[in-house]
Design a protein around this ligand. Structure first.
Ligand SMILES: C[S@@+](CC[C@H](N)C(=O)[O-])C[C@H]1O[C@@H](n2cnc3c(N)ncnc32)[C@H](O)[C@@H]1O
Length: 281
């Protein structure tokens, strides 16, 4: 074949294909088929997208279950070890701290009221010159919501304002603080050491505020007797000012530091505080 003929044939082929396409689209029967095919394709696409959203919902559910499981595991660990063990636990893997706090916030979102907000309002009713220590501050919400100078302590610091330490041993000077706050943070098995540390740093007549999970103080379900707990704190060197049991989820205890310690710490009979274990939702 001559070169000229070959190139003519090449040029003809696309015109032929175009003609066939035009023919098929102008035939009503072909057009119906086409519409059926198009609607079939749409149905298929919808099925695929439904399937995709179903499987992504399933994956989301699985992820939530997994992170809920991780939260419960870390939470149980914190309630069954000492503060220094908890500090090492998070030092080895600080990501566990964020995992814990994501789960904690999720749990808190189901509480009608958050105890930290009651502490915030209590402080707002008092002088902003009071120096505050927040023991086990979490995301330091207290410091962010009051005018007072707040020294925030937790096992891990995700914010420059938070000092990472075991709160049984803070860098605060003795007799330097007006208000010591423990909001759901008496977790370690050595919790009396945290209260002794609060006693050390508080000025005479300084305030000790404790918010704790109510179930830990329900003797009917293995919880401590709140009066025994309160008595032990008084023996450490505090006077009980008031108790608030009105909330369904937590109790609030308010103490003031006495001028002198009543008993040596070894002579105090502390009750055991049972862990607060969250149920799977
Ligand atoms: C249940 S969270 C409460 C956080 C915050 N107070 C609130 O009310 O939102 C308890 C916090 O106490 C901290 N914590 C427990 N034991 C501690 C310890 N020995 N030293 C410092 N922080 C501790 C935990 O890491 C956690 O962030």
């Amino acid at each position: 074949m001559k070169e000229e003929e070959r190139s003519n044939q090449k040029r003809k082929r696309p015109r032929h294909r175009k003609a066939r396409t035009q023919k098929s689209s102008s035939n009503p029967k072909d057009s119906d088929d086409h519409q059926v095919q198009v609607s079939k394709k749409i149905d298929e696409d919808e099925e695929i997208s439904k399937g995709t959203s179903r499987s992504s919902a399933f994956l989301d559910k699985m992820r939530a279950r997994l992170s809920g499981g991780h939260f419960r595991m870390i939470n149980e660990k914190l309630y069954t070890c000492t503060g220094s063990e908890a500090l090492n636990y998070f030092k080895e893997d600080p990501t566990l701290f964020n995992m814990y706090h994501t789960g904690y916030q999720e749990q808190m979102s189901h509480w009608p009221e958050q105890p930290i907000n009651i502490v915030i309002n209590w402080l707002k009713d008092r002088s902003p010159s009071l120096l505050v220590a927040d023991f086990g501050c979490g995301d330091a919400r207290l410091a962010r919501n009051v005018k007072n100078k707040v020294f925030s302590f937790d096992l891990v610091s995700n914010d420059p304002s938070v000092v990472a330490c075991d709160m049984s041993n803070t860098p605060l000077d003795s007799l330097s603080i007006d208000v010591a706050v423990f909001c759901l943070s008496l977790m370690g098995t050595n919790f009396p050491n945290y209260l002794q540390e609060a006693h050390r740093v508080l000025k005479p007549s300084g305030w000790l505020l404790i918010a704790e999970v109510k179930s830990r103080f329900d003797p009917n379900t293995g919880g401590a007797d709140p009066n025994t707990f309160s008595k032990a704190i008084c023996e450490l060197g505090f006077t009980s000012v008031s108790k608030d049991f009105s909330n369904k989820m937590f109790i609030l205890l308010y103490f003031k530091k006495k001028e002198k310690k009543s008993l040596k710490k070894t002579e105090i009979d502390w009750p055991e505080l049972k862990p607060c274990l969250y149920k799977r939702r």
